[in-house]
Design a binder for this molecule. Structure first.
Ligand SMILES: [Zn+2]
Length: 414
């Protein structure tokens, strides 16, 4: 009986610490103990105890008291400790591979990216190179007293249970057991789909402070995320939570067919969004390149240049892509009743007019028009979003289970 009571108390403390951390991450300003108590519903006495644990473990620190015009002691806000609790993001994508180290304040402490065309590469070679790139950084982070809370590995395909890549068709990679690779065995990242991880990076306060992010989305917002590159991926975020579906493979908006007589897609179906609005399709439809060449970054830059110069084939290809985007996204809005669309990746390289025109087309087509007002945004975190999201996935292990890590950060009392 007494053991059960103890376990419950420990569980309760773990839960409360996690709630306090999530509240701090989701706030645009540092919060005092009293403000945290009010936001979380915890008593001031409990809040005082929990904040002492977080201070003594080096997770938060006391900031300068805010000036007050009233009577009584000014409140002391608590700020998250920078440069100590980190997550490691790894990514292998169609245009290269790399890593990022992100701390709980949302700052990227270190990042490296090797840009190259990845189509037809050998997975063993790429994982070995990724290991050689990231493992020295991991060693030096440990040496300098950082706490590595976890890591994520973003891949351009379907990932089962965080550990098996079923296929990444745009790389030409088939079934891979990720634990076969040394870097995965050593860092034990949670594998996931790149669009899912890029969507996570857009959720303010998911695993790092939202103070480092543009104030565009709120922590509990719902949105449809579209990741556009050679292929097109997608993710649905509802009330600040990624929804993956029953088996974890949901959100594949790129394979939503917009024409039953359209071009054959890599997935075998006809007329998928990806065959009109994917980077490779745009380059081919603009007559810039074909086959393997159409996936290169240089040709993607050429397409954007030709479109900006008003070249008619490029304009036609982008217009076709826009119509396909609007058609597929209208179907998603009609299905999910989510009115905010966040565009990430290649499609953000065009001007605001492209966004506005996609938004107008969707608005006119949604069944709930005019009740439902559509907003199309470019992603607040745009640079290597999946890499940042993968680091967030690692950091989130700490936010969900702080007690497992707190002893690693203990600071001596001064
Ligand atoms: Zn498809």
């Amino acid at each position: 009986m007494s053991r059960l009571t103890k376990i419950n108390q420990e569980n309760l403390r773990e839960h409360n610490l996690s709630v306090v951390l999530k509240t701090l991450l989701a706030s645009r300003t540092p919060l005092s103990r009293a403000q945290l108590a009010a936001s979380t519903g915890l008593t001031k006495a409990a809040m005082s105890l929990l904040s002492n644990i977080l201070i003594n473990s080096g997770v938060v620190r006391q900031l300068e008291p805010a000036p007050t015009s009233g009577y009584g002691r000014p409140a002391t806000p608590l700020g998250l400790m920078a440069d100590k609790w980190v997550g490691i993001g790894l990514q292998i994508n169609t245009d290269g591979f790399g890593f990022a180290v992100v701390d709980i304040t949302g700052h990227i402490l270190q990042t490296e990216w090797n840009s190259r065309s990845m189509v037809g590469t050998n997975p063993a070679d790429i994982f070995a190179e990724l290991g050689a790139m990231v493992l020295p950084t991991v060693a030096s982070l440990k040496k300098s007293g950082h706490v590595i809370c976890g890591s994520g590995l973003a891949l351009p395909g379907l990932v089962r249970g965080g550990s098996v890549l079923l296929s990444a068709r745009n790389l030409g990679w088939g079934h891979l057991n990720l634990a076969d690779f040394d870097v995965v065995r050593r860092l034990r990242p949670r594998g996931g789909n790149e669009a899912d991880f890029a969507a996570i990076a857009q959720i303010p306060g998911y695993a790092s402070s939202c103070q480092s992010m543009p104030n565009v989305l709120k922590p509990s917002d719902s949105f449809i995320y579209l990741s556009s590159d050679v292929g097109i991926g997608g993710a649905i975020v509802a009330d600040g939570q990624l929804t993956r579906g029953l088996h974890g493979y949901g959100g594949e908006i790129g394979h939503l067919s917009v024409s039953m007589t359209g071009p054959v897609c890599v997935c075998g179906r006809r007329g998928c969004l990806e065959t009109y609005a994917g980077r490779r399709a745009l380059v081919e439809n603009a007559g810039i390149a074909s086959h393997h060449q159409s996936a290169s970054k240089e040709n993607a830059h050429r397409l954007v240049g030709a479109w900006k110069a008003g070249e008619s084939k490029a304009r036609h290809a982008v217009d076709l892509g826009k119509r396909a985007l609007a058609s597929a996204l209208t179907s998603v809005v009609n299905t999910c009743d989510i009115d905010t669309i966040v565009l990430g990746g290649f499609w953000t390289q065009f001007d605001d007019q492209v966004l506005t025109s996609v938004q107008t087309m969707i608005q006119k087509s949604v069944i709930a028009d005019p009740e439902c007002t559509i907003t199309v945004l470019t992603s607040p975190v745009s640079n290597h979003a999946a890499l940042v999201g993968a680091a967030d996935v690692g950091l989130r292990v700490f936010i969900d289970h702080p007690s497992e890590f707190l002893h690693l950060g203990s600071v001596s009392e001064k």
